[in-house]
Design a protein around this ligand. Structure first.
Ligand SMILES: [Zn+2]
Ligand SMILES: [Zn+2]
Length: 258
């Protein structure tokens, strides 16, 4: 997946770190179908990141506890086992226990409808998101530009950078999900560029045909002047290093956050 900027610059992604399966109740593909599609798309790494249990229709706790059954590689594609947890209050708490999250390869976190967070204020959403960014178990904040859960873009971008965390530019926000996201996503990208932060560009695939399809988000990044240095998943090695450093930091913490 690549896009050319004004000066001919390209962003090429080696990893897609956000996708859903049939297990969440509103996804349409199996892990195998997603991994096959990733191999066909030439990706080196994917993350299977099912929705956390607060989403209506999400899997039973056994699903998350059993993720280790998934293969680590499929057809040459590294398969990270993770979750897209829900931020379920203004203090940044997530909907899975810390012990379980600590054992996953990657933890995404974001706001979703019908999880008890509808109808709050910008201050409350900003507080919830910044608290999640400070949580050492969280690696990525998903779709922060969602207008359904509006946050203070400057404050969130700064908190992400200062906590060495990554904000997602979600391709589905430009096409099939979360209507009205595009202008806020562009504001986020510009802010990240301004403060020299870091993003990850993901498909948020809910069906195999969407795996690695990130052209809208890549284009927005390129147009804002981001380059490979600002985009974590331009190299699978860089994703590995990022996750390793955060795991190491987590081990130095004796008490796991809730
Ligand atoms: Zn979903
Ligand atoms: Zn999501």
């Amino acid at each position: 997946m690549l896009a050319r900027g004004r000066e001919g610059f390209q962003i090429i992604l080696e990893a897609d770190l956000h996708m859903h399966t049939v297990a969440c109740g509103h996804g349409y593909s199996t892990v195998k179908e997603l991994a096959d599609a990733a191999a066909e798309a030439g990706l080196k790494m994917i993350a299977v990141t099912e929705h956390g249990p607060a989403i209506p229709g999400a899997p039973h706790m056994y699903f998350y506890e059993n993720l280790k059954r998934l293969p680590s590689y499929w057809k040459g594609v590294e398969v990270l086992k993770g979750v897209e947890a829900n931020i379920i209050n203004i203090y940044g708490c997530l909907d899975l226990p810390g012990e379980l999250l600590a054992g996953m390869d990657i933890v995404l976190a974001g706001f979703h409808t019908r999880t008890g967070m509808d109808g709050l204020s910008v201050e409350e959403y900003t507080s919830g998101m910044i608290s999640a960014l400070k949580n050492p178990l969280v690696h990525v904040i998903t779709h922060p530009g969602n207008p359904g859960f509006p946050v203070d873009i400057e404050k969130v971008a700064l908190a992400a950078r200062d906590n060495q965390k990554v904000l997602e530019i979600n391709n589905s926000s430009f096409s099939t999900a979360r209507p009205g996201s595009i202008s806020r996503c562009r504001q986020f990208v510009r802010q990240v560029k301004k403060i020299n932060g870091l993003v990850v560009i993901n498909s948020d695939a809910h069906v195999f045909t969407e795996v690695g399809q990130c052209r809208h988000a890549v284009r927005a990044a390129v147009e804002a002047g981001l380059d490979n240095r600002h985009v974590l998943n331009t190299a699978a090695d860089r994703v590995r290093e990022y996750l390793y450093l955060h795991k190491k930091r987590l081990k130095q913490n004796t008490v796991l956050p809730a």
